[in-house]
Design a protein around this ligand. Structure first.
Ligand SMILES: [Zn+2]
Length: 436
């Protein structure tokens, strides 16, 4: 693999332990790993990127999405959650094919590369074909097949077979950027037996267990009625919580449920834009999660409930939502918000030793933003760069995206696959699916 130098960046936002922001520095990368950071002006490399006028950040981590749902972007908006699912999304999902999921995943990959995301956690169907798209795109994906047994033992068995099949597929793929994850959809669509099976499978194979928890108030009310306890209390009682678990949403939690998640070492994927758009009503108790030590990452959720996969937008909305909700502008500052999209997201996934910051020894997942843009001018100095990244930057400022030392985009041009072809093929596929 060719070595790479990112030379003379105006600013490097490292997100290391000290949260150092470096001025006029370079990064030397070999075999996909960051080897040197600093004034490595004299080192030479096979590939050189001139980073003058650029701001360097660790690639952003999208901790919860359903990539192929880009096909349904804008198709069903402004609806009640149950109507949205039953009348629009589920009938369309029943028509999905391998080819549709592949194309949707490629479109989602293009959007993520162009908006500065380098890693993501996915849950969907036809996952072999999602994996194929991710392999082509060059992104880093933690991919789970979405399991729903609806408390039917026969369905449970076939879902376990499907999961094992996908696990074998990922093993054979042998691509270090593509990791298998478990994907029991939610405690209200999966039996206790299934949740425990998934937990054991995840522990045995050191995989993430990706699940939706407490997205709506109705979910909590239904659990109270059926089990006489709240969702997380139920998961704790049956022994389903674990440090492999990555729980999306966690909007409607009591303080004691937050405590149970923290005790078990569960990570949370907070999806503020999706929660607001679907009018989940509550606001996830982030300050309480931080206080209890829970690792919290940020997710967009699928493009049909967001409607983008834009992590810059998600960061800003996240900070504003919590300020507005608690009447406190200090409750979630720019640095902490950036942490959620980078190093804390990596911690929620259990991969903070590999990604989430620009540090020697870590995988080279890096993005460059063009600072010569009106919305990023003027730059007042080191302390304001972080604020600029959360409150002023837009995904359109992302110029270069690098994963594992491979340049996936430069000068806003995707290099790993054809954006033009992907756009025309997904357009055709989407129209075919909705029957237009
Ligand atoms: Zn979701």
């Amino acid at each position: 693999m060719p070595s790479l130098i990112i030379r003379n960046a105006d600013w490097i936002v490292t997100q290391n332990q000290e949260r150092d922001v470096l001025r006029n520095s370079s990064i030397f990368i070999r075999d996909g790993i960051i080897r040197e950071i600093g004034k490595t002006g004299s080192s030479s490399a096979d590939v050189e990127i001139d980073a003058k006028g650029k701001i360097v950040l660790p690639g952003l981590i999208n901790a919860h999405t359903h990539l192929s749902m880009t096909l349904f972007r804008g198709f069903a908006d402004d609806m009640q959650l149950q109507d949205w699912l039953q009348k629009k999304i589920w009938p369309l999902e029943a028509k999905l094919t391998d080819e549709a999921c592949y194309l949707g995943a490629l479109l989602g990959s293009a959007e993520m590369i162009m908006s500065g995301t380098t890693s993501f956690v996915d849950m969907y169907f036809h996952m072999e074909h999602v994996a194929k798209a991710v392999a082509e795109s060059g992104l880093r994906g933690f991919l789970s097949y979405g399991v729903i047994d609806l408390f039917d033992p026969a369905k449970a068995k076939s879902e376990q077979d499907n999961t094992r099949k996908f696990f074998d597929y990922v093993q054979k793929l042998d691509n270090s950027r593509i990791k298998f994850a478990l994907g029991p959809h939610a405690p209200y669509t999966c039996s206790a037996e299934m949740l425990l099976w998934a937990k054991n499978f995840a522990e045995k194979n050191r995989a993430i267990l990706h699940i939706h928890i407490a997205e709506t108030r109705r979910e909590q009310a239904d659990f109270q009625k059926q089990h006489g306890m709240r969702v997380v209390e139920y998961l704790d009682k049956i022994g389903a919580l674990s440090k492999n678990m990555l729980a999306a949403h966690c909007v409607w939690l009591t303080k004691s449920e937050v405590g149970l998640l923290a005790k078990a070492g569960v990570g949370v994927a907070h999806c503020p834009v999706s929660n607001m758009k679907l009018a989940s009503g509550g606001v996830a108790p982030l300050p309480e999660m931080f206080e209890s030590g829970i690792a919290v990452g940020l997710g967009t959720d699928g493009a049909s409930s967001n409607n983008t996969l834009d992590m810059f937008e998600t960061m800003k909305v996240c900070a504003l939502l919590h300020k507005a909700h608690r009447w406190d502008p200090t409750i979630l500052n720019a640095q902490k918000t950036l942490d959620l999209a980078t190093i804390e997201g990596a911690r929620a996934l259990g991969v903070e030793d590999e990604i989430g910051s620009v540090e020697v020894g870590k995988r080279a997942d890096i993005i460059l933003l063009n600072s010569k843009a009106p919305n990023l001018a003027p730059l007042h100095g080191k302390d304001t760069v972080i604020s600029d990244m959360v409150y002023s930057a837009s995904s359109a400022n992302v110029d270069t995206t690098i994963v594992d030392g491979h340049v996936l985009m430069q000068n806003r041009e995707i290099r790993t696959f054809s954006l033009e072809k992907t756009l025309s093929e997904t357009q055709e596929m989407a129209l075919r699916l909705v029957g237009a």
